[in-house]
Design a protein around this ligand. Structure first.
Ligand SMILES: [Zn+2]
Length: 290
């Protein structure tokens, strides 16, 4: 019954490579009659294995450094050939939960179970700020291609207390770095650009006071985030872009090095500072995405 060891050995972490966590082999007490049948080596085919060897299977949750919600049954019995059902959402301070996985397969509530499996929580690490750049798995640094991007910038992080949201008013939702450079001759007017495919580009260090159309005061206080594209209340950013916006805002709002920017209400639109339709949709709307 040591095939669980193989499962752990073969497991690939999709987002996190160096977590320093040892996986604990789940302990089976021998109470379950089917705990000892061999698991197929290929976990993908195992998930759709139609051979019913036992009426129920055990699903073991490995929170991978996190904590399961109180009252979670672990392991969970599931009738073979039925969906696993609603999955628990574990908590891990400083990390963002990004789903349950079995090898390379993400497990959802509607995943059908045919045999015993262990599913493992995947986490994104909390962001850190290095040399003015937000270090997070979801944020791609684009500093070299754009001017004025070295160092932390020219303002203290303690002065930052607002996220100011824009749209780039470009036709493309997924502009290339070359296109982005051409927008302002390399002097980016946003700290972060969120593209339609959900990618997040950091264009300038957080500490950089940017030369936007806003008043000096607003610029001193703001981290500028732009959705790439042209939007209105009828034409919103893609779901992927909105989800990335949420991830980015939560990384900023929860960041220890940015102590004065902590609340969803600290996210405002360009149009909240001065008369302007930017970012095209309402402040209440984008706050609901965070
Ligand atoms: Zn704007």
């Amino acid at each position: 019954m040591n095939n669980y060891q193989d499962e752990f050995t073969n497991m690939q972490e999709p987002y996190e490579n160096n977590v320093g966590q040892a996986f604990l082999e789940p302990e089976f007490t021998g109470e379950s009659p089917q705990a000892c049948f061999p698991e197929p080596a290929d976990t993908n085919s195992a998930l759709t294995d139609g051979q019913q060897r036992s009426p129920e299977s055990l699903v073991t949750f490995n929170a991978h450094g996190g904590t399961l919600p109180p009252g979670t049954h672990n392991p969970r019995w599931v009738w073979n050939g039925t969906a696993i059902g609603t999955l628990p959402i574990p908590i891990r301070p400083g990390f963002e939960f990004v789903g349950w996985w079995n090898g390379n397969t993400q497990i959802h509530a509607n995943t059908v179970i045919w045999h015993n499996i262990t599913i493992i929580a995947s986490w994104w690490t909390a962001a850190s700020i290095t040399n003015g750049h937000l270090m997070h798995q979801r944020v791609v640094q684009q500093p070299q291609s754009l001017g004025h991007n070295v160092g932390n910038g020219d303002r203290a992080f303690a002065n930052i207390d607002r996220i100011t949201v824009h749209h780039s008013v470009s036709t493309s939702h997924t502009p290339s770095i070359q296109e982005v450079n051409n927008w302002w001759a390399g002097n980016a007017l946003y700290h972060f650009l969120i593209r339609g495919d959900g990618s997040i580009w950091q264009l300038r260090p957080i500490g950089a006071r940017l030369r936007t159309t806003l008043s000096t005061n607003a610029n001193d206080r703001s981290i500028h985030i732009a959705f790439a594209g042209t939007f209105s209340t009828a034409t919103l950013p893609t779901l992927a872009a909105r989800n990335s916006f949420s991830t980015l805002c939560r990384a900023i709002l929860g960041h220890a090095q940015l102590p004065n920017i902590t609340l969803i209400t600290h996210a405002v639109g360009h149009g909240d500072w001065e008369p302007n339709i930017c970012p095209g949709f309402s402040t209440a709307q984008f706050r609901s995405w965070i």
